[in-house]
Write a protein that binds this ligand. Structure first.
Ligand code: ATP
Length: 530
């Protein structure tokens, strides 16, 4: 599903090591439990990262709950209506039986998109050119001598032709990691890159409720926020005035015991989702699917992920889950997936699969009665129609969104005094502005501190407004560049004479002078707030 859509790269890949080291240095992302050696698959956000993550979550909440789709009408011509929900991480374990999360496989599995075969990941071995190599590789199933012989024949042909006859070695597929998958030809495939990353289907974290902690007390940490929404579909209909079509939105932590957590925060074991379940009449579901697919793509563009690194990928019919009529992924070209893409959000047409499953398992009717539909009665009024709504699910990963924003923002320009800077969209930037006295004397700190107080009062709710008088002005600018602060206002000698300050633009490094009284207006224009 992720990281394997291939297209030619048009911009040089950024180094993930550089991005991770800036994230650590500036306090965007820290390794969880770092002083104890860390814990694989878990990441914490530092002061800047926590605010960036909040900015992205807040924007989602604003655009999906408070003012859905920024007021755009849906395909029915009416404003889109969504309401919010906040459900528990731990639910009755029967929820996960109904959803299909308990059943299924307990072992990490690898699927082949080409042959449709499925393999135990730990049973797959890979024949490759010896040592560190970027060459093509061939997988075979352990103990299958015929498959091994075929793989060896193909690899020898390839190494002779392209590598002048290199030695070959056999390694386990799991030891190679996701990045190598694009170069591996599956045991029953003809092309490289058709094997998925290993996945455990039963990847839920188990816990125990209560003091006895016996097998009857087993519960699970939710692997997605979506199911909590389905459970309360009826309650929301009965307790609010919402009528179909409408959506229920929720953000929150989800947990998956991923077999191979990797690529920084991209695949972690604890992560946050932002999910909407949009309920509608089956006949209208296709139109709503297309609406959400396009609107969600537009939304990711609006947070600064424009251009060649962001794509919308419609799933082929053979990729769809058995209950889904249509699914698309919004994918970003991360440095570690390049030239391929990794999934940020999936938009799935789920039919009535989930409501139906919960209806069957709970024996509670979850149908919706729509008085405006159905045959006409003698009095000319519709008799009403009872049905299970269809669901369109735009399901986004908050941590992957933050990571994409960090990767997109990271910029290196050796010609600048501070070569690394973060070109964050002003709405996402954790620090909105900084106010500096050029030097810490001659009345400049007092003027700067008055301006800082004014900006803090006006914009402090949106993010930090920094002020700092220590170190050279160049070092202070460099610090703000790495934090992604879009504007620095500097009080200098000329301020006393003509009431102007300099505004330094993070991206160009250029400066202009504006009147000190015009600073709040300048900033509200740039931040897009009234
Ligand atoms: P993938 O194929 O990459 O494992 P998925 O298709 O299983 O993802 P969904 O179940 O559709 O993912 O979850 C919705 C979103 O939740 C994904 O688009 C992604 O942004 C996020 N997400 C899923 N798994 C993880 C994870 N392990 N770490 C971080 N984010 C995740």
């Amino acid at each position: 599903m992720s990281a394997e859509t291939q297209t030619a790269p048009t911009t040089p890949a950024k180094s993930m090591d550089d991005i991770m080291s800036l994230c650590k240095r500036r306090g965007f992302v820290f390794q969880a439990s770092e002083i104890y050696g860390g814990i694989n698959g878990f990441w914490d956000y530092g002061p800047l990262g926590a605010q960036l993550k909040k900015n992205l979550r807040d924007k989602w909440w604003r655009d999906m709950v408070m003012n859905p789709c920024a007021g755009d009408a849906g395909p029915n011509g009416a404003p889109v209506r969504n309401v919010a929900l906040d459900t528990c991480i731990i639910q009755n374990p029967r929820v996960w039986e109904a959803s299909g999360h308990v059943a299924g496989f307990n072992d990490p599995m690898v699927d082949c998109r080409e042959s449709k075969a499925r393999y135990r990941a730990d049973h797959l071995l890979v024949l490759k050119p010896a040592g560190d190599h970027d060459g093509q590789m061939y997988a075979y199933v352990e103990n299958d001598d015929a498959q091994r012989a075929t793989a060896l024949k193909k690899l020898s042909k390839y190494t002779k032709r392209d590598l002048g006859g290199a030695d070959v070695e056999s390694v386990s597929l799991v030891s190679l990691g996701d990045e190598a998958l694009a170069r591996i030809v599956g045991p029953d495939a003809s092309e490289p890159g058709t094997l998925t990353a290993p996945r455990a289907f039963n990847l839920m974290f188990k816990t125990y409720i209560g003091a006895t902690a016996g097998e009857d007390d087993v519960a699970y940490l939710r692997p997605e926020t979506a199911q909590g929404i389905f459970l309360h579909f009826k309650n929301v209909v009965d307790t609010t005035r919402v009528k179909l079509p409408f959506g229920i939105a929720q953000t929150g932590k989800s947990f998956r015991n991923e077999v191979t957590p990797r690529n920084f925060t991209f695949r972690s074991r604890e992560f946050e989702q932002m999910e909407l379940e949009f309920f509608c009449h089956p006949e209208e579901s296709r139109a709503w699917y297309e609406f959400w697919r396009d609107w969600r793509m537009h939304w990711w563009e609006s947070v600064g992920l424009k251009g060649e690194n962001l794509i919308l990928r419609e799933h082929d019919a053979d990729e769809l889950s058995h209950y889904s009529d249509a699914t698309s992924d919004i994918e970003y070209r991360f440095p570690f997936t390049s030239p391929g893409f990794g999934e940020l959000e999936g938009i799935a047409h789920r039919g009535c699969f989930d409501l139906n499953a919960h209806q069957e398992h709970s024996k509670q009717k979850l149908e919706y009665f729509d008085p405006t539909r159905g045959e006409l009665a003698k009095n000319g009024q519709p008799k009403g129609e009872r049905y299970l709504p269809h669901v369109i699910e735009p399901s986004a990963g908050l941590d992957r969104g933050v990571l994409a924003i960090l990767c997109e923002a990271y910029t290196r320009d050796e010609s600048r005094p501070s070569p690394e800077f973060m070109k964050l969209h002003p709405e996402m930037a954790p620090i909105k502005a900084a106010v500096f006295p050029l030097v810490n004397k001659d009345g400049m700190p007092e003027v700067a501190s008055r301006l800082h107080a004014e900006l803090f009062r006006r914009f402090g709710m949106l993010g930090a407004i920094e002020t700092d008088a220590k170190q050279s002005i160049g070092k202070r600018y460099a610090r703000m560049d790495e934090a992604g602060c879009p504007f620095c206002f500097t009080v200098d000698g000329q301020t006393q004479e003509d009431q102007t300050v300099t505004v330094r633009d993070r991206d160009s490094g250029g400066q202009e002078r504006i009147n000190i009284d015009a600073v709040p207006g300048f900033l509200s224009d740039k931040l897009g707030v009234g």
